[in-house]
Design a protein around this ligand. Structure first.
Ligand SMILES: [Zn+2]
Length: 288
């Protein structure tokens, strides 16, 4: 992976005047007034990449003014409901858009408990899928545009998209195949941890010198038991930020067990990381 990151640093062909990161959904799976996880990458006022599509995210997408026609790819960090459930709503809305270009859906390969991306799309839109009335979207005879599954294994680097490069790595999230990703846009970079407890210490290298670390803040410092199999504590996030020398942390995937604990979370993070820390809200947009 070192080689991949080095290659990324050497790539300077991309140029962007304005890069923004928008939180469409800052929540987790609970009903708490927030949309579930979803983010947009904006480049020169066009939304080029959407990451995750949790509950409520498509309403936020609409509010943001993003256009389905402008997207170059979709990443689903994993197939938990709070990260993926609005994909069908997106595809249906796409039918009424002007988009005709294919759209890649990048998400993890599967295991015994979870489908691969290919299986997931088949389960939704295949001949025997729940939404088989739209099975054409998996074919090049689509009435609108074709969606193309990409099953991400272990580590994947892609330079096929015009506006950004992606590095996707598998991370530990209990039994769930799950991804963290780095987005490089010219000399700027954003790293999204996805849901993980980072037990394998994968994210420090991925996040090296990034401008923004989008960290999923699903548990408080005192968390114990199964929740710590799934999520990082604030001190874990701070450790990554310090080791990787990240410029800014955005804490998102906020849940009832962490909301109202911001002072304590910040105290924990300040023990090792001195940079800027932001608690995300829906529709928050940061210029990178
Ligand atoms: Zn989640």
């Amino acid at each position: 992976m070192r080689q991949i990151l080095l290659t990324l640093l050497l790539l300077s062909s991309l140029y962007a005047t304005k890069i923004e990161f928008e939180v469409l959904g800052s929540g987790g799976p609970e009903f708490d007034g927030r949309a579930s996880t979803s983010y947009l990458l904006w480049i020169d006022n066009r939304a080029r990449l959407i990451i995750d599509m949790g509950s409520g995210s498509m309403l936020r997408f609409e509010e943001s003014g993003a256009k389905i026609e402008d997207l170059e790819a979709v990443v689903l960090t994993h197939l938990h409901i709070d990260h993926s459930v609005e994909l069908p709503s997106f595809v249906k809305a796409g039918y009424f858009s002007k988009r005709i270009a294919d759209l890649d859906i990048l998400a993890p390969d599967g295991n015994k408990q979870f489908p691969s991306t290919t299986e997931y799309l088949e389960t939704l839109f295949g001949e025997k899928g729940a939404y088989r009335y739209m099975s054409d979207v998996l074919t090049n005879d689509s009435d609108s545009f074709q969606i193309l599954p990409i099953d991400v294994k272990d580590v994947q680097f892609t330079d096929k998209y015009k506006s950004f490069h992606l590095t996707l790595i598998k991370v530990h999230h209990g039994i769930v195949p799950s991804l963290a990703l780095r987005i490089d846009i010219g000399e700027k970079s954003i790293v999204i941890t996805g849901d993980t407890n980072n037990v394998n210490r994968d994210i420090e290298l991925l996040a090296m010198d990034c401008d923004l670390l989008v960290a999923h803040h699903g548990v408080p410092e005192y968390a114990k038991g199964y929740a710590t199999e799934l999520h990082m504590k604030p001190s874990d996030i701070a450790h990554i930020a310090k080791e990787a020398k990240v410029k800014k942390i955005l804490l998102t995937h906020r849940m009832k067990r962490t909301i109202g604990q911001e002072d304590k979370t910040l105290l924990e993070i300040r023990k090792s990381y001195k940079g800027e820390v932001i608690f995300a809200e829906d529709r928050e947009k940061l210029e990178i």
